[in-house]
Design a protein around this ligand. Sequence first.
Ligand code: ATP
Length: 335
Amino acid sequence: MFSFIRSSNPSFAIDLGTNNTLVYQPRKGIILEEPTSIAYDYNRRSFFDCGESSKRMVGKNPKYIEIMQPLSKGAISNLTVAKAYIKEVIARISRKRIFKPHIIVSVPSDLNAMERNAVIEAGREGGAKSVQLIKDPFAAALGTQCAIEQPQGVLVLDVGAGVSDISLLSLSGIVMSKSLRMAGNDLDEAIIEHFKATKRVLISPSDAERIKHELGNLVHPEALQMSISVKNLVTRLPETFTVNAIDVHQAILPVIDKIVALTHTMLSELPPVFASDIYDRGILLTGGSSMLKGLDTYLSSKLEIAVNPVENPLHNIILGAGRAIEEERYSKLFK
Ligand SMILES: Nc1ncnc2c1ncn2[C@@H]1O[C@H](COP(=O)(O)OP(=O)(O)OP(=O)(O)O)[C@@H](O)[C@H]1O
């Protein structure tokens, strides 16, 4: 068992995502799952709430309260906010504990040195005794019980909220990886922009996400519809508007095709020695946006390769990061 666990300081794995934060405690499992957001009160000049309760305030907050997101496109975009956020997360998970925790944070594979240091600094100043990082693709593969230590290629495509990452793993290392700072949040934005341009209506970000979940379908954009409240950009007045799935399909396709292109480039550059492994086993598809209906089938038909969605795309990175703390042989994955 990993030496962290034997120390009197508790250890936790944290999946610090653009939209969602999850925490895993060895032997207990997932102990926190919250939106990555924090509320700031300008009158009191302090942060006062984070996670689900702060996200619920979005759009309903008075002017002196701002709902902030410490991450943008997978990386810390505001260090002060990130420190406050991690401090709040640590306070929640280590209530009643006297010892500062060791934390292992799962991060996108393409973070540069400055972005990685920002996570470490935010963790330390947020109250951790030590901060180590594990790259998302390792955690994702471990979360699905893939044998990453074998001399066999494992290709993991992770489509989250802010980042799409495709990585080839073998012998516990990343052989190559490519990423695009574009994912689920860009699908929401594409929906907003499409309806603004073609129907002259303004959709809220939360409705755009709901539309994507309910009507988004890459293979069978059926005659589904849903009614939402929008602002008419011509009359400037609110109204009820019917969204149909065909429009949603048109809106999201350009973003999806960029993810297809990313995957295509990766496949075209695979070292020949891995080609048969990958074509035999296919691509492992994870990340919350992998739940977009038809994404696996669409990728598979465009790229002529099997695409295997993981069972639990919102949890498999944190489960893998947790497994990495529990099994000492994976400690070499921490940086
Ligand atoms: N049923 C669904 N259909 C389509 N998209 C979905 C569905 N459920 C969740 N998502 C999307 O998944 C995304 C969140 O995924 P995830 O939690 O993996 O991202 P993250 O870890 O916060 O971000 P990142 O890894 O990019 O930093 C959001 O964009 C959300 O809208």
